[in-house]
Design a protein around this ligand. Structure first.
Ligand code: MN
Length: 496
């Protein structure tokens, strides 16, 4: 992905206070943009645009932003009063993410020198309310960030919103390849793919499994050997009594799958993939290690035909790509609980496909039976996951709308090792606690599959959902069942 995104900084004003005032306005904006760029806290560059004072220029600027492929959003700020009717046509035609930075040039009131000239020139508290009114009246989705531009917390909120904006822009580029259909009889992974394309821009296409198997089978032995050598240099090899040669052969099958699948995805320009353990055609093994590695490379993944989760994982991968000190993003599945008082949590895994980006410490390769289907024992990467706050999301189709569940979770270490469990795992306690969190999740219709990340906040994912005009439900430290039930009732009317 090309991530050369910029954000335009557009200051609103008017010519009522004379040329000197406008000169100061433009100088202040220049300094603010400079400070923001110099702060090192923003993931993308801010570009200063000329002060906007006429509806012609506002309209022209917003339309230029629409057409500029590198522009991922506009940051607006009313330095002085800017009569908001001038913004109507520009806002109406604007189609990208909008941030309203409610800041001002001075941090403190200049008590000793303040006079009416100063008041007229520095009235964001006044001008931003007029502007905010029209954006609200027009029903336009936007983020409002309040505070002095030098404040680290303000800069962090701008940075978070920049990443959300990139998610909004990049969502429409996501293409999901399904090999095999939905797992038979499973409800929660189903959904309206046409509606998903209308809402999110996602393209979801199916391919016969054996078409991809042909590409896997055409991978040369030398290419396979090079990749297997790489695996052996990166990961611990846990033979567990298996014959070394036979073990390596099993690993080689995954190497061929990784190379073959990646070639197929690249050639056809897909960024996410679904597989189904029950429909593997002529593949020798369920893609385990191979799929884990593809997820690590940034591909989205969903098991058993779950294209919604595959697309969400891809979206999170795109949004968090290049993030400093990233802790990882993965497909996950709720498996089993620890219900011991005070130690409650959910053990997360999948058959095989957990992304190594979430791993904490050493990663090992194991070869074990799948205990489902009649294929060869697949090789897989095994590890445990990092501690810390994460967000587990589930996008479901309720028949008349999509709902995105967003649960803040506390990831922990399990108390003891699990030597007999041959899959990668995570363990978390959903907020506000396991009992309320799981009750809320079930009442809201959330799936057993989730798109999980340590590297985005619930607020960012919620902002993305708002931009997509879908329902989002937060389950977090503020959740009570009573309020959640009411919220769902209200939403069912709003989203009709
Ligand atoms: Mn599953």
């Amino acid at each position: 992905m090309e991530k050369n995104y910029k954000f335009w900084f557009c200051t609103g004003s008017q010519d009522l206070y004379g040329a000197t005032c406008l000169k100061n306005v433009s100088e202040h904006s220049r300094i603010i943009v400079n400070e923001l760029n110099k702060s090192g806290n923003l993931p993308f560059e801010v570009i200063l645009k000329p002060t906007l004072i006429t509806n012609e220029l506002i309209r022209k600027t917003f339309n230029e932003a629409n057409l500029d492929e590198n522009c991922a959003g506009i940051i607006t700020w009313m330095h002085t009063f800017s009569p908001a009717k001038a913004w109507i046509l520009g806002l109406k035609e604007y189609r990208k993410p909008l941030l309203h930075l409610h800041t001002q040039f001075n941090e403190e009131i200049p008590y000793d020198t303040i006079d009416m000239d100063f008041m007229n020139e520095n009235q964001s508290a006044h001008g931003d309310r007029e502007y905010g009114h029209i954006v609200t009246r027009m029903g336009i989705e936007r983020k409002v960030v309040v505070g002095h531009f030098s404040d680290k917390n303000v800069q962090k909120r701008i940075a978070d919103y920049m990443i959300t904006s990139v998610g909004v822009i990049e969502s429409s580029k996501i293409r999901v390849m399904r090999i095999a259909d939905n797992m038979r009889n499973v409800a929660v992974t189903e959904g309206d793919k046409v509606e998903a394309q209308i809402k999110f821009g996602w393209e979801v296409d199916a391919y016969p499994i054996n078409e991809i198997v042909e590409v896997v089978n055409s991978v040369s032995t030398s290419d396979i050997n090079i990749l297997v050598d790489e695996y052996y240099s990166l990961y611990n090899i846990l033979l567990e009594g298996r014959d070394e040669k036979e073990f390596r052969k099993h690993v080689s099958v995954q190497a061929a799958i990784e190379i073959g699948f990646e070639r197929f995805l690249k050639e056809k320009n897909y960024h996410a993939i679904c597989t189904h353990f029950g429909d593997l055609g002529a593949l020798k093994q369920l893609p385990g290690l191979a799929m884990q590695r593809l997820m690590q490379k940034g591909y989205g993944f969903g098991g058993e035909g779950d294209w919604k989760t595959a697309a969400m994982v891809r979206l999170m991968k795109v949004m968090t790509e290049g993030k400093k000190d990233a802790k990882g993003t993965s497909f996950m599945e709720d498996y089993t609980y620890n219900l011991t008082k005070g130690k409650e949590g959910i053990l997360q895994a999948h058959m095989l496909e957990v992304c190594p980006t979430v791993a904490d410490g050493a990663i090992s390769i194991k070869v074990n039976p799948l205990s489902m289907g009649n294929k060869e024992d697949p090789a897989r990467l095994v590890f445990t996951s990092k501690e810390g706050i994460g967000v587990a999301t589930s996008l479901i189709d309720l028949g008349n709308r999509f709902r995105l569940l967003i649960n803040t979770v506390d990831c922990k270490k399990v108390e003891k090792e699990m030597p007999k469990l041959p899959v990668a795992t995570a363990f978390w306690t959903p907020r506000p606690d396991l009992y309320t969190g799981a009750e809320a999740w079930i009442l809201a219709g959330g799936a057993h599959h989730t798109a999980f990340t340590y590297d985005l906040t619930a607020e960012q994912i919620g902002d993305w959902a708002e931009a997509m005009n879908i329902e989002s439900l937060f389950i977090d430290e503020n959740t009570t069942i009573h309020n959640l039930k009411n919220e769902m009732k209200w939403n069912s009317v709003f989203y009709k």
